[in-house]
Design a protein around this ligand. Structure first.
Ligand code: CAA
Length: 259
């Protein structure tokens, strides 16, 4: 398991994994080492049967201040191309398990993009979101324009990406960029509570819901509804589905085995 100087991984007994970015000296800026560590960790957690939900956090003070700008000072186009950083992000996209971002402090540039790779975003009241790349003569390069567009619509997105302006947690909630805002001291605890609730549910149902919801965003409504119906039908072949329904009628908590 990945546990190094830039990232800390904890796997709890309740099948919740916590990934904590640990580059406080650079406000958790995503340098190559951290991106690689994130990628490897998500690949491992995707396969780990003892993990059913993942909390991703930068800790109490800052989520992530974006790509490491030091990597950009002399970089050329071909060097940037050959880094193929999309492969690191892809490990997060491919993770079938629910990811809950617990965001305190700054989530800027690649940090905001990282948060948007999650399925649920819990923001502390001190959280600040932004895509400030334009202020560096750059633009978002890891989904900032496209994921924001899908989350909050064209006009809010344009305001953020064209000005680089930061959005406070409450405004981000109003826009639909975060799921919930809580007191900053409660951000991680609340994300862990949600993760624990999800981890106690059927992992097959949970993963189908995540997959269909994410894929459906970019499909026609008719195709997406068909995909949803097929996934719904598929679940009737699982032991977990019978367990869930039986537990309901027997008035007891369900014990989901992921089968
Ligand atoms: N990359 C590298 N180092 C960074 C960094 C970054 N993104 N953000 C902060 N740091 C470093 C600073 O250089 C500073 O280092 P030193 O102590 O060696 O001087 C240290 O972290 C602390 O930073 P500040 O003193 O600036 O801390 P602050 O609390 O006053 O401000 C901040 C925090 C608002 C996040 C500010 O640091 C900031 O604006 N950072 C840059 C944010 C940014 O532009 N992000 C976009 C990057 S481009 C990108 O992400 C592209 C993409 O789409 C993938």
């Amino acid at each position: 398991m990945e546990n190094n100087q830039v990232l800390k991984l904890t796997i709890q007994d309740n099948a919740v994994a916590i990934i904590e970015l640990q580059r406080p000296e650079a406000r958790n800026a995503l340098n190559l080492e951290l991106r690689q560590a994130l990628s490897t960790t998500f690949q491992e957690l995707s396969k780990n049967e003892n993990v059913r939900a993942i909390v991703l956090t930068g800790g109490e003070k800052v989520f992530a201040a974006g790509a490491d700008i030091k990597d950009f000072t002399t970089a050329t186009t071909s060097e940037m191309y050959l880094r193929h950083t999309e492969q690191y992000w892809q490990s997060i996209v491919d993770c079938p398990k629910p990811i809950i971002a617990a965001v305190n402090g700054y989530a800027l540039g690649g940090g905001c993009e990282l948060a948007m790779h999650a399925d649920i975003i819990i923001a502390g009241s001190n959280a600040k979101f932004g895509q400030p790349e334009v202020k560096l003569g750059l633009m978002p390069g890891a989904g900032g324009t496209q994921r924001l567009l899908r989350a909050i619509g064209k006009f809010q997105t344009m305001l953020m990406v064209l000005t680089g302006k930061m959005i406070e947690a409450a405004e981000a909630k109003q826009m639909g960029l975060v799921s919930e805002v809580v007191e900053s001291e409660q951000t991680i605890a609340h994300a862990l509570e949600i993760a624990a609730n999800i981890a106690a549910l059927s992992p097959i149902a949970v993963q189908q819901i995540k997959e269909v919801t994410n894929l459906g965003q970019d499909m026609s409504l008719q195709s997406a509804l068909t995909l949803e119906r097929k996934a719904f039908q598929l679940l009737f072949d699982t032991q977990d589905q019978k367990e869930g329904v039986n537990a309901f009628f027997e008035k007891r908590p369900a014990n989901y085995q992921g089968k």
